[in-house]
Design a protein around this ligand. Structure first.
Ligand code: SF4
Length: 470
């Protein structure tokens, strides 16, 4: 796949002609969706909890500066050192400086999407550090030299045969098609790294303002080991992760695992508050928290503010027919699926990601499953309008849409077009389905049926049924 969100149309075409990818995507997203549906059905308070979580996030965003200040104050009171980076260059510089000053040569890292945004691993490698991904999916992708293709299942596109071949080639492991054996190979390799790493790097699912805590929600023990065993812990988090109070956390702990994988509770919930104190059994001697802005303040000021409510559960990816068909790499940047189609243009600029808001059927499935009620389809439409205003649409697209709108706004004209289309289609197809349209409409019929055009439009049938005279 080509890097860069502009390459989405070419990447999507390539992904659609990859049957192995299609099978892997269908298997995983289908399983997540089924499990989510069962978990939601068994939790009658789901809707009320969604409302509450959305309200908490809106409250946090409406006074983000106040909650962040409180978070910084509380975290520093408990021994953490908090750094703030405006952009990716500054974030990389701070991360490299922390590693240098702490004398770290090896870091173990757990999954963090914001670290992908700032190219964290590359920055630390440039500073002479070895960074080892410790989440199983991320570990596989690091060996393969690929970015993640799903928020919670980064190696969703890899088959066990591909992983076995990769482990043989990169780690010298014997080939196997047993998943437990593949996991054991990774575990053996990583255990050594955990024990010798000077720094553990994590993301943060939530930052709690009134206690200064970093909350990690994971299904593998790597996050906990990486934040407890090494001498130094560095948490990298977007500034929008802050929630006002510890009492707000349970709502998110109920929603996140159910929405992500259909679990009632994730295997590990770690609440990390400051450095190890006298009498503590475990914890890092030094704790750094790197708060990353990278475009979030600008989003906060504008009409897309609510996108910052996202808790990165991945449910919108699983429910999206476009993501299900093309996978995450086609989107060309860190985030994929409906959240990627909205967030990427806002973070890197619409001109760099103009095809993404069009990568949606606007079916609304993403908004239905989003646990914090982000109006993703509305935002996709709004971004399409922004792209038009910024001159990012071709004259052909603009003329086509104007013509379409002109017809749809005039009932009489629509009826006339329907009548002519009905006669023409019947004449050319003799009542059979349309096999394929010529260029430039061929893309429509490549992968879907052309809707049959009735001889008598629905509105006519409806009027006739109600006895309305024409
Ligand atoms: S937009 Fe909603 S559904 Fe999608 S990842 Fe974020 S919280 Fe989950």
């Amino acid at each position: 796949m080509e890097p860069g969100a502009k390459a989405f149309p070419r990447n999507a075409r390539k992904a659609l002609s990859d049957p192995a990818l299609q099978a892997a995507l269908g298997r995983t997203t289908g399983r997540f969706l089924d499990h989510r549906a069962a978990a939601v059905a068994a939790f009658p308070e789901f809707e009320a909890t969604r409302e509450r979580a959305s309200a908490i996030k809106l409250e946090a965003l409406s006074r983000l500066d106040v909650h962040l200040s409180r978070f910084i104050e509380e975290a520093e009171k408990r021994g953490a050192v908090v750094h703030v980076a405006k952009g990716p260059v500054q974030a990389r510089g701070i991360a490299a400086q922390i590693a240098r000053e702490e004398g770290v040569a090896l870091a173990v890292k757990s999954k963090s999407m914001v670290s992908e945004e700032i190219s964290f691993n590359a920055a630390l490698a440039e500073a002479g550090l070895e960074v080892v991904e410790s989440d199983l999916g991320e570990f596989i992708l690091q060996l393969a030299g690929e970015p993640p293709s799903h928020i919670i299942a980064p190696a969703v596109h890899k088959s066990r045969a591909e992983i076995s071949e990769l482990f043989s080639r990169r780690l010298g492991a014997p080939p196997t098609d047993s998943i437990p054996e593949l996991v054991a190979i990774a575990r053996r390799h990583l255990r050594e790294k955990f024990l010798s790493a000077g720094m553990g790097v994590s993301g943060a699912n939530f930052l709690v303002a009134d206690t200064g805590s970093v909350v990690l929600v994971t299904n593998e023990g790597n996050g906990r080991m990486g934040t407890i065993l090494p001498r130094v812990h560095l948490a990298v988090a977007g500034i929008e992760k802050v929630i006002p109070r510890m009492a707000d956390l349970p709502a998110f702990l109920r929603l996140l695992p159910r929405s992500a994988s259909g679990q009632i509770l994730s295997s590990y919930v770690s609440i990390l508050t400051g450095t190890r104190q006298a009498g503590d059994a475990e914890g890092p001697e030094r704790m750094h928290i790197l708060l990353v802005d990278c475009g979030r303040s600008a989003i906060l000021e504008g009409k897309y503010r609510e996108v910052l409510k996202c808790i990165r559960c991945g449910a919108c990816l699983n429910s999206c027919p476009v993501y299900q068909s093309v996978g995450g790499h086609a989107y060309g940047w860190v985030y994929s699926g409906p959240i990627g189609a909205v967030l990427t243009p806002l973070l890197i600029g619409l001109s760099e990601a103009a095809p993404l808001p069009d990568a949606s059927t606007l079916c609304g499935a993403c908004a239905e499953v989003c646990p914090v009620k982000i109006p993703l389809p509305d935002f996709l439409l709004e971004l399409r309008a922004d792209a038009r205003e910024q001159g990012l649409k071709t004259p052909g697209e603009i003329a086509g849409m104007k013509g379409y709108a002109g017809v749809m706004k005039r009932a009489g004209l629509l009826e006339a077009v329907e009548r002519i289309a009905g006669v023409l289609v019947q004449f050319f197809t003799k009542g059979k389905p349309v096999e394929g349209l010529p260029h430039p409409f061929s893309g429509w019929t490549e992968r879907r049926d052309f809707p049959a055009v009735a001889i008598r439009p629905f509105r006519k049938l409806w009027k006739a049924r109600r006895g309305v005279r024409e």
